[in-house]
Design a protein around this ligand. Structure first.
Ligand code: ATP
Ligand code: MG
Length: 262
């Protein structure tokens, strides 16, 4: 466990990690204004793990970018009282000219960690994602799964109260994804960070989350949500995970049918 990351018991309680009230987002396009998100109201509690599930193009990344502060909503308000959230993308977005360790140190520097502590801390974070020994490796020397782990370590290096993850494991094979699900669950429980995790994979949503929020398409609205009352650690092949996934998939299919996608 990295000792400069805030531990579960040391977190300062805020009322919510994120609060979205009546958020909408439109984009100007060639055929006029397109309403992508409509009236999204959602709270993420401190330490909560929420997955946002929806079909491709329904506005998941748009929503995450708004919460990250990379773009502004057209209407409504977004609060993240715990400070700037950390964001992890589908593609690792590491700096290829830096080593794994230096990528993490950059995030530590931006957080204000003194230079003398950065190397030790970067090595600890690499240990945390089970990549001890990769400090000096360049990005191109790492496999896809290893890159996503470095990206996870870099996101954790920000020590934010809220971690936003946009399909971070979508490009990985099932076994590697399984391992990273376990790692993420473990790290989440150890640090009590709040997580808002975007995916279009129902099983992944159920495997990870305490709450699954289903978005409709065109425009993206909250269609339904489920509390996942299955004990952690879970396995993606657990019967309870499979059963709830079937129910959610039915709803997701309905959403997709309703909006004329296949
Ligand atoms: N900057 C932008 N300008 C114009 N339209 C945009 C912009 N960003 C997103 N959109 C549109 O908003 C809609 C939602 O896009 P978004 O990337 O949020 O979907 P998504 O749910 O993340 O999809 P996927 O699962 O494929 O990643 C799409 O129709 C997209 O074309
Ligand atoms: Mg997306």
């Amino acid at each position: 466990m990295a000792n400069t990351l805030t531990k579960a018991e040391d977190r300062v309680e805020v009322g919510h990690a994120a609060r979205l009230a009546h958020v909408s987002k439109s984009f100007a396009g060639p055929t006029g204004t397109q309403l992508v998100l409509d009236d999204i109201t959602l709270d993420v509690a401190p330490g909560e793990f929420v997955t946002l599930l929806g079909a491709s193009g329904c506005g998941k990344s748009t929503l995450l970018n708004l919460v990250a502060g990379l773009d502004r909503p057209t209407g409504g308000t977004i609060e993240t009282p715990g400070g700037r959230p950390a964001l992890m993308f589908q593609e690792h977005a590491l700096f290829p000219w830096l080593t794994a360790g230096k990528n993490i140190e950059l995030a530590l520097r931006l957080r204000g960690v003194p230079k003398s502590e950065r190397r030790t801390e970067a090595e600890r974070l690499l240990e945390l994602v089970r990549l001890g020994g990769a400090y000096g490796k360049r990005v191109h020397e790492l496999s896809g799964g290893m890159r996503q782990r470095v990206a996870m370590a870099r996101a954790l290096a920000q020590d934010s109260q809220l971690l936003l993850m946009d399909e971070p494991f979508a490009a990985l094979d099932a076994i590697t994804r399984d391992v990273l699900h376990d790692e993420l669950t473990r790290i989440w429980r150890e640090t009590n960070v709040s997580v808002l995790f975007v995916t279009h994979n129902v099983r992944e949503a159920v495997r990870l989350a305490e709450r699954v929020v289903l978005l409709s398409s065109r425009p993206g609205r909250i269609a339904r949500e489920w509390t996942v009352d299955i004990e952690q650690p879970r396995r993606i092949e657990d019967t309870a995970v499979a059963e709830l996934s079937v129910e959610i998939t039915e709803q997701l299919r309905g959403e997709i049918r309703r909006h004329g996608q296949h």
